[in-house]
Ligand binder design. Sequence first.
Ligand code: 5GP
Ligand code: MN
Length: 350
Amino acid sequence: MAGVDTVLTSERLDALRALLDGAQCVTIVAHARPDGDAMGSMLGLALLLEAQDKQVVRIAPTPVPAFLSGMAGSDKVIVASKQQYLAKKGIGESQLIVHVDHSAISRLDPYLADVVATSGKKKVAIDHHLAPSEEFDLLFSYPSSSSTCELLYELAVRLWGPECITAEVAHAIYLGLMTDTGSFSYSCSHGRTFEVAGQLVEAGADVSAIQNEVYRQYSKERLRMYGLALSEHMEFIADGRAAVIALGHDFLHEYNNQPGDTEGLVNEPLTVASVFISALVTEKKNGTVRISLRAKGNAIVNTLAERYFNGGGHPQASGGTLASTIEAARVRVVEVLEAAIANGECFLNS
Ligand code: 5GP
Ligand code: MN
């Protein structure tokens, strides 16, 4: 694969080796509201570094969803929003910070972003988002990769050889590949993704066990919430070409919403033939509203997330935040999507 070798150059790999040689303790940070790829790359890399006799500090800015809590090393994750002292101490004791699955320090949420930015530590990023920032001392950025986990696999076998991929490492990395590609249904436009998946299976990743762990461990309330969200809180707009689901805090609270419970909900409207943009709008306790956007076909949403919702992301999976009430946010999202569909702003080649 010429592609990935333009990212994993011998100069960059040597630079990483030198940084690791000088670090006895390494902190790995994932992005806020960590998903499968963020957790898979953080925990997979942690195991790889521990095998090299490094001490590793694992930090997530905000809580880890229950469906990702069974992964090896998940119990060691420091949640910075709840354990500020431990997060700061861990960073203070390490000589290197590795950022996985995010392309800017701001994706760490304000507290952790500030601790990292003012730490004076060297920073490495391993990521697949577009337009990475220049804040890192060493950057491995490969937007054509399905996932950060796929890039981590390529990096690990170059640094430490194929035998570094133990069954536990394969589990973590496969989980990230699987979740970021919707079980290999999108973001896998090059065959290499399937080769890597195959090698992970050979190394011990159990495909059906990981599917069950991630997609089949929810509560009864979560399934009821899902059904009601679709039947009572979803509207089709722009002649059925887009759909918006808006969920207020009271509704989410009634169904005992846990981090990660609404994961996947935003994809459901895209199962309708006419719908090519879907938005999920959820009210947070802190007075902000999260917006998740998904697209299919030739529709894209990252530019909308950047322009209108203080966010960003991948062309067909993006997110952002508004400081407003849930109703005002819903109205705004409907307005933005209707206008973008009418003026062609959200289409490729238009
Ligand atoms: P989700 O809808 O799952 O929260 O986010 C989908 C994707 O959009 C994430 O994987 C991430 O790449 C991106 N994303 C979500 N929220 C933000 C944000 O606030 N800022 C940026 N730059 N990207 C985001
Ligand atoms: Mn990712």
